[in-house]
Design a protein around this ligand. Sequence first.
Ligand SMILES: Cc1cc2nc3c(=O)[nH]c(=O)nc-3n(C[C@H](O)[C@H](O)[C@H](O)COP(=O)(O)O)c2cc1C
Length: 186
Amino acid sequence: MLLDFKNLDDSTRYKVMSNTIIPRPIAWIVTEDNGILNAAPFSYFAPLSSNPAVVVVSIGKKDDKTPKDTLANILKNKKATICFVNSDNLEDMKLTANPLDKDRSEISTYNIKTRKIIEEYPPMISSSESALFCDFHSKIELNGKTTPIILEIKKQFVLDESISKNYHISLNNIARCGSGYKKLLE
Ligand SMILES: Cc1cc2nc3c(=O)[nH]c(=O)nc-3n(C[C@H](O)[C@H](O)[C@H](O)COP(=O)(O)O)c2cc1C
C-alpha cells in the first residue's frame, strides 16, 4: 500500500506516523509562571544535535486555539525542565496530559512530588531518573497549528546509580509506541 499523505486527514496522518516512527521518547516538561508549576508530556520530541546540545519539542494548540500552557510559559520565561518517564511515574505522567486552566497546577492538583535542584530552573519531578535543564533557543514557524521549539540543554541530572564514571547511562525510560507505551529496557 502506498499512502499519499495529501489524502490523509490530520488524525490518520497522526496515527500512521505514530505507529511507524517508534519509539518516541516522552519529554515530561515542567515550566513555571507566576509561581504556578505546570507539567505536561510531549512526544513530538527529539534530539537535534549535541553541539550545540539541543532538542526539539513540537507543541500544538488548545481546543480554543490558544497556545498550550507549556509553550506560553517557555516563550515567556525561557526555561524548561524536561523529565523522563519510567514505570513508577507513568500514571502521573498520563494525568498531567489533562487540559487544566492555566492558573491550575498539574503538580499540586495531582500531588506530584518535585525537587528543586537548580535555583533558576523549574523543579524536576522527584521520581524521574534524569532531567534536562533547558533554555529556550528558538522556534520554528510551521503552519500556525503546531510550534516546534528548540531548547538548549544547559545541565542534566542523572541518578547516581544510573551513571558510571565514564558516563555510561542506563535509564528505565518508557517511550510512546503508537497509542501505547513501551519500556525501553527489559
Ligand atoms: C504521551 C503523550 C504525548 C503527548 N505529546 C504531545 C506533543 O508532542 N505535542 C502536543 O502538543 N501535545 C502532546 N500531548 C498532549 C499534551 O500533553 C496535552 O495537550 C496537555 O494538556 C498540554 O498541557 P499544557 O497546556 O499544560 O501545556 C501528549 C500527551 C501524551 C499523554
